[in-house]
Design a protein around this ligand. Structure first.
Ligand code: NAD
Ligand code: ZN
Length: 379
């Protein structure tokens, strides 16, 4: 059946209100407009960012909305001006984009595209500000320009990474967000040398991705730091060799780590969102060469405080967004790492649910039981 240019009716999990279970609805998905593609989503997974905006604590709530931003699917049709994608392409929609045309996209160092950089407040498409989703004519808001909790979605072509069609979408869908953020923070930003020590603060999906990157880089010691002792056993699978629970020490964590490593770790990656952990992650790196990378998203009023002497003593502090990966240019390469067996994804996937039971994925995450839960569409 040719659906190009037609409205598609399909199932979507709609969030009508903050914090209330998603409701399976039949939605209408309009055809893609200029520079947009319509994607048939096959697998999606749940990330903390979805839960955070669904709970809508501390932000302007935007409902009804279709959440979801980690996913894999197949292009159904493309809008005007899309030349790099065609129906049948296997793709990962990404929450941030690459227009290819702005100073950031032209820079080798940046992935902070001016046009398509993450925007959590936008509920419509960039082209006309309108939503492509509706129920009985009433628009339903988009989320991060991806809205993957729908059997079909419309995404700006600059937010679509075309990947190897051989790659299993039920695994590589997790490359769209959390995993790549942590992996890239280590591999492309902290860049530990073979044999160096790395501390990872926060052992959620992002931190485990960072630990995996440290393992791939050949780190000799990977010290995991987390307040939740339950995280430790799981983290061993991701190369974490030693654990520090700040609550079990009287000394500041920086000091604990310095004592363990003869003056400090070579690299540290902070994946917590806690400003205390950010300061600790910086102050625990070795003077002379240590590099700390911040990944966690802090609270609105947080301020980072450290003595400037820590910088003069040749410690470096960096921050990164989405592991410094450009979505279209670099993400297909992360998928290739998996295809070449350099990167293992299976161990990140702790649960699987059919689309009709998507609310269970929220329960697993809220209880802290899951790293990633894959949601199978059409089931
Ligand atoms: P998560 O909640 O699954 O994991 C965070 C872990 O940090 C938890 O295990 C928690 O116990 C631990 N933690 C909290 N405070 C701590 C402290 N003071 N010391 C030690 N451990 C502490 O979260 P996640 O999905 O892995 O995401 C981690 C962070 O990365 C979040 O802040 C998220 O918003 C951020 N993030 C950033 C980017 C980016 O591009 N920069 C992208 C995605 C996510
Ligand atoms: Zn750009």
């Amino acid at each position: 059946m040719i659906t190009t240019g037609q409205i598609i009716r399909c199932k979507a999990a709609v969030a009508w209100e903050a914090g209330k279970p998603l409701v399976m609805e039949e939605v209408e998905v309009a055809p893609p407009q200029k520079h947009e593609v319509r994607i048939k989503i096959l697998f999606t997974s749940l990330c903390h960012t979805d839960v955070y905006f669904w709970e809508a604590k501390g932000q302007t709530p935007l409902f009804p909305r279709i959440f979801g931003h980690e996913a894999g699917g197949i292009v159904e049709s493309v809008g005007e001006g899309v030349t790099d994608l065609q129906p049948g392409d296997h793709v990962l929609p990404i929450f941030t984009g690459e227009c290819g045309d702005c100073p950031h996209c032209h820079s080798e160092e940046s992935n902070m595209c001016d046009l398509l950089r993450i925007n959590t407040e936008r509920g419509g498409m960039i082209h006309d500000g309108e939503s492509r989703f509706s129920i009985n004519g009433k628009p339903i808001h988009h989320f991060l320009g991806t809205s993957t909790f729908s059997e079909y979605t419309v995404v700006h072509s600059g937010q679509v990474a075309k990947i190897n069609p051989e790659a299993p979408l039920d695994k590589v869908c997790i490359v769209s967000c959390g995993l790549s953020t942590g992996l890239g923070a280590t591999l492309t930003v902290a860049k530990p040398k073979k044999g160096q020590s790395v501390a990872v603060f926060g052992l959620g999906a992002v931190g485990l991705g960072a630990a995996e990157g440290a393992k791939m880089a050949g780190a000799s010691r990977i010290i995991g730091v987390d307040l939740n002792p339950k995280r430790f056993e799981e983290a061993k699978k991701f190369g974490v060799t030693e654990f520090v629970n700040p609550r079990e020490h009287d000394k500041p964590v920086q000091q604990v780590i310095a004592d363990m490593t003869n003056g400090g770790v070579d690299r540290s990656v902070e994946c917590t969102g806690s400003v205390q952990a950010m300061i600790q992650a910086f102050e625990c790196v070795h003077d002379g060469w240590g590099v700390a990378v911040l990944v966690g998203v802090p609270s609105k009023d947080d301020a980072f405080k450290t003595h400037p002497m820590n910088f003069l003593n040749e410690r470096t502090l960096k921050g990164t967004f989405f592991g410094n990966y450009k979505p279209k240019t670099d993400i297909p390469g992360v998928v290739e790492m998996y295809m070449n067996k350099e990167l293992e994804l299976e161990k990140f996937i702790t649960h699987t649910v059919p689309f009709s039971e998507i609310n269970k994925a929220f329960d697993y995450m809220l209880k802290g039981e899951s790293i990633r839960c894959i949601i199978t569409m059409g089931a």
